[in-house]
Design a protein around this ligand. Sequence first.
Ligand code: SUG
Length: 446
Amino acid sequence: MPSPSREYNFDGLVGPTHNYGGLSPGNVASLTHGGRPSNPREAALQGLAKMKFVASLGVGQAVLPPHQRPSLKTLRRLGFIGTDEEVITRAAREAEHLLRLCSSAAAMWTANAATCAPSEDTEDGRVHLTPANLQEMFHRVIEADTTWAVLRAIFSDERHFVVHEPLPASSHFADEGAANHTRLKVPGRPAVHLFAWGRSAWQPTERPHQFPARQTLEASQALARLHRLHPGRAIALFPQQDPSGIDAGAFHTDVLAVGNDGYLMLHERAFVDPRAWIKTLQDSLGDAFRYTLATDRELPVKDAVAAYPFNSQVLTLPDGTMAVVAPIESQEQPAPRRFLERVVAEDNPVKAVHYLDLRQSMHNGGGPACLRQRIRLTDEEVRAVKANVFFTDTLHRQLEAWVKKHYRDRLVPEDLKDPALAREGMAALDELTRLLGLGSVYDFQR
Ligand code: SUG
């Protein structure tokens, strides 16, 4: 019998270069806000307030660190040579867009950091994690190496954890991590892992016309194999993201669907043939399975993309009921708000919705669900983690003070050219790795 486990939400700390680069085609908020001033300090504090709130609900909470930005290693690989200051000055002068790509704080959206399978679902009884290679967007490709190093530092105990290499770097295996993965589970039935994908590298399938489909079927299949799902304890399903949903701005599955334990909340444009998938889930999970499906009529996909009600965290509370943590935009707009009110009113485990202000992240297309990587751990596995990453009141206070000490309260794209910003970031991250007990995970520390 596997030991009981609990979900921990590993939130990404927003990095000191959080800015609106306009870098993500297909992500409506990123394109809309590109070039506007950002407030990294406020962004990081909004993220910490969310962690505190989730922890106060009695749900497991932990933190993952930001990455070094700009990525000097990447700029050097692209031919900018000299001291750190010279590399930045040259890139700013000769290829400002490359500096912008290498300065993105996008690692904050840790739903895209990795995909994970809990030990109770795997053949070898270990937690499996695969860092996402994020091949589709250059400003995110550069995350995989650091994510891999960070996950190896945290989940270093090989008796309990397997941290795989990111999938081979190529468009063929483009992988966006848990943003396309949902695990559903009801007592007495195998867990269901939904590995969603937007395009196939090999098979002819329908594709979006306007925006990129990021995740491939081949990547999703490789993850299911790598994680060695136990045939009796877990099953893998591979729904396709609806290409018309991607064209409407649902670049990841979690823009239009979210699942937790025996409950799934989705928009009809999340997957191709959503009603057939619901039937399959009813067959697999039995009577305990509940879902809420929004039609385009009830909630136009455009409104769902603008307000992100499906990019909520659906959390199982200690009393067994569920709560939804939604972005405040979903409360401000009538159709998403009415939909979430219906969710609470209907016969399912969700008993409350809480709205949080995460506007700094939302303006780049990242809601509550994007900001966290869910990892189920048993108590023994928690004890095997030696890093100081689990959220406590003390860690919260320390991180707040750390943000206030190191972060600027305004950044425009022009500021990325300032070599002092890179230095400030290194000082901040060096202090952070000591606070979190991570050892040396950044290039500048090696
Ligand atoms: O990959 N935005 C991210 C948002 C990721 C959201 N994650 C999930 N849905 N799980 C992206 O498009 C914008 C950066 C900029 O434009 O500056 C950005 O990368």
